[in-house]
Each structure stands twice: as C-alpha cells, then as structure tokens.
Design a protein around this ligand. Structure first.
Ligand code: SF4
Ligand code: SF4
Length: 408
C-alpha cells in the first residue's frame, strides 16, 4: 500500500460510515476514546490530510489518536456487523501506514520482526539453536525434488517446535505427497509496523517463488498465513489448504492420554480458541471434527465472532496491560465460563501468546491448560519453558554479540 492507497481506504471509510456507533460499543479501544469513537469518525480525522506533515500535526495536537491506532489489534471484531460493510482491519492497517509514512511511528520495536530481511527474531533463533531443515526440499529448490506441495508451518511452529514440524512433514509425506517445507514468515508482522508495502512485496514473492517452482498446493497450519497468501491475486493458481481439513479427512484423532496429561485430568472438557483470521471456519470446522470424540464446550466468542489472543498488531509495544486483558479474556475467563479444562488453540502464534501470558505476572494466577491443536495429534509438542529460556539466553554467551548485531 502507498500513501495514496492508504488515504483512499481511510477516505472511503470516513465517507461510508453512517455513525451508528455499533463498532465503538464492541471495542475497548474505541469505547475508551472520550466515551466512544467510531471507526468512521476516526478515519474522518485523518482523511483530509494530504501530506505527512499534516498527519504529524494532527497527532501532535491529539496524541491519543495515534495511541488508539497503535492499541488496535486489527482483529476486525468491531465492524463485523457494520451496516456499511466497513472493515476495521483494512482501515487500521491504512492508518498505521499513514503514521509510518509520516514518520510518527518508526522502526523502533519492529527491527526484530523485519521478516523480509535475512535476519529477524525467528531466523536468528533458528541459527543460534541449530534449527535447520536443509535436509528437506525447500521453497527454493522444490522443482529439483519434484515437489508439487509446499508445507508452510509459519514462524512460530517452524522455529519453536522443529520436532513437531518434522512430525507433520512426515505425516504429509506418508499421505503420498511430495512435499517441500518453507520456514519463511508470511509477512504479517510487517503490517503491524505500518510497512504494508513491504508485507505485500514479501508475500507476493513467496507466491511467485511457489509458482515458479511448480508448486500446486500449499498447506497451512495457521489461518493468518493462509490469509496473507490468499490476498495475492496470483495465488488463485494454487490450492491453499488448511492442514486441519487434511487431518480431519484422514480420520486423525487426538491421543486421549496426551489430552489428559495436558489438562491434568482424565477426559477433560475441551474448548477451542479460534484465530481471528479464521472467521470463515476453514480451520475451526475441521478441528471440531478431529476432536469430536471428546467432550467440547464453546466459548462465548468463537468462529465468526472470535476475538484476538492478545498478540495481534504488536500492541504489546505500546500497551502491555491491554494485551494481558485480551489474553486473559480468551484463555481464562471465557473458557472457565464454558467449563473447559483444556483450550485447544488454532494458531501457533496464539499458543505462544498464551504461554507468554502464563509466565507473566499478570497471568501467573493460572487458568485452564492450553495446547496448540497439533500437539495432541503428534508425538512432539512445544516446550515453552525451554523456548522462553532460549529466547532470553541467546542475547548473552557465545552468540550474544552476533544476536545483538542482527536484531538491535
Ligand atoms: S459500525 Fe460501521 S457504520 Fe456504524 S459507526 Fe462503525 S464504521 Fe460506522
Ligand atoms: S479492529 Fe479490534 S481492536 Fe481494532 S478497533 Fe476494531 S475491535 Fe477494536
């Protein structure tokens, strides 16, 4: 997105909005802005700016506006019932881009997630701890191996659970597929920093590489990655597949002993945490089929009404307590109201967020156990204490200076 595209998105929202107030009542960010501020009203404040200086002047006079934009997690929940079909996710992404292009927000806090560069938090972590997949076909050499299928586990799974990633890769191969594996990021972290043009270029390059390498089908663990690929027009040449669909169709079932061990009780009541990128249910529906032999309860917000796990939009950089509130709501409050003892998370990054919340002071008082949906289905899982310990210790010791050089 460029300045013109971003301002056009904002302008259109400002003009379309009938100011009904529905969105403001559905969001703690909008609702806390002087009583209430609708998406359309916020857009209208920025819509007349024709230069970066004008945006900078606006937020200099009203800094709470920039704060509101940065506190939005871009889950799009507020405008789901919008009578004018305004999409808050697109509007806030455009507003973030205006702030970045105006120099109001910079790269601070986003260097580590510059996932279109060689070195970012995920590639550095993999290098330091020897997480490589160089023995497997990759996105770069899939054609040489005769692969027509690409497995796209996403950053969190590929980096923090390499054994589980390989379990899934093996399972796909056992189904008769000739599979390449990509450890690339889908690019969505760039969008949080307002770098939409880089995010778009990054995902377009992924799609182009896949097509050039003769890939016909891409298998996703996470709905957010799927969304990034699907937004590239050329991806219509590819079959974009939700991994849960394949698992459900193959009759894969969770291990009852693993569920009991994770929950700390026999035959636990399960619930699902659906990603806010899975409002169409293409992951959540087959997941419920996979777990249908076990008692399951639904949280108040699920499926099309899913809420943010607390990680989206890199809001933690500006408002940690708000992220804690979001994580607590979906990991503790709603599952406990539903009587659940184990929360099965749709996306690996949501599982990372839950693990980070539980080890923080805000989340240390406990709540239901959680897992990522693959863990009860395969031999290996995430070892979150080890992941966090390694994430902390890589800044010192043998690789410390190199890590600092790449990420700071
Ligand atoms: S729900 Fe839609 S029309 Fe109503 S105030 Fe929000 S953006 Fe405007
Ligand atoms: S997209 Fe989510 S966080 Fe942003 S304003 Fe809407 S409901 Fe609030």
């Amino acid at each position: 997105m460029t300045w013109n595209d971003a301002i056009a998105t904002v302008h259109e929202a400002a003009q379309s909005c009938r100011r009904c107030g529905v969105c403001a009542r559905r969001c703690e960010v909008l609702g806390s802005e002087g009583g209430s501020l609708t998406v359309g009203e916020l857009a209208a404040l920025f819509a007349d700016a024709s230069t970066g200086d004008e945006v900078a002047a606006l937020v200099s006079e009203q800094p709470h506006l920039a704060f509101a934009v940065r506190r939005c997690c871009m889950d799009g929940y507020c405008t789901l019932p919008c009578p004018d079909a305004i999409d808050a996710r697109a509007v806030f992404a455009a507003l973030r881009e205006l702030l970045a292009l105006s120099g109001v927000t910079g790269a601070d806090g986003f260097t580590m997630t510059s996932v279109d560069k060689e070195w970012h938090i995920f590639s550095v972590y993999r290098a330091v701890y020897g997480v490589y997949y160089t023995d497997l076909p990759s996105l770069e050499n899939a054609r040489d191996w005769g692969c027509d299928t690409l497995f796209f586990p996403g950053c969190s799974l590929a980096s923090y659970a390499p054994d589980l990633t390989r379990d899934v890769y093996r399972w796909l191969s056992d189904q008769g597929m000739v599979v390449a594996l990509s450890d690339a990021c889908c690019g969505s972290p760039l969008r949080s920093g307002g770098f939409a043009d880089r995010a778009n270029a990054h995902r377009s390059l992924l799609v182009k590489k896949a097509i050039d390498q003769g890939i016909r089908r891409v298998i996703f663990v996470c709905p957010g990655c799927r969304d990034e690929w699907e937004a590239v027009p050329e991806s219509s040449a590819l079959e974009l597949v939700a991994l849960p669909q394949l698992l459900a169709d193959a009759g894969v079932q969770p291990d009852a002993g693993a569920l009991a061990a994770m929950a700390g009780t026999d035959m636990p009541m399960l619930t699902f945490f659906d990603s806010c990128h899975d409002r169409d249910g293409r992951f959540g529906r087959p997941l419920r089929r996979i777990y249908s032999q076990h008692a399951c309860a639904e949280c108040a917000h699920h499926g099309a009404d899913a809420l943010c796990c607390g990680a989206a939009g890199a809001v933690s950089l500006v408002d940690g307590p708000l992220c804690d509130l979001r994580a607590r709501r979906v990991l503790n409050d709603e599952p406990m109201e539903a009587g659940a003892q184990l929360v099965v998370a749709n996306c690996p990054t949501c599982a990372y967020t839950f693990a980070a919340f539980r080890r923080s002071a805000a989340g240390a008082d406990g709540g239901p156990a959680f897992c990522q949906y693959l863990e009860p289905l395969f031999e290996h899982g995430f070892d979150w204490p080890q992941v966090f310990s390694q994430l902390e210790s890589m800044w010192s010791g043998e690789f410390g200076p190199w890590v600092c050089q790449q990420l700071l």
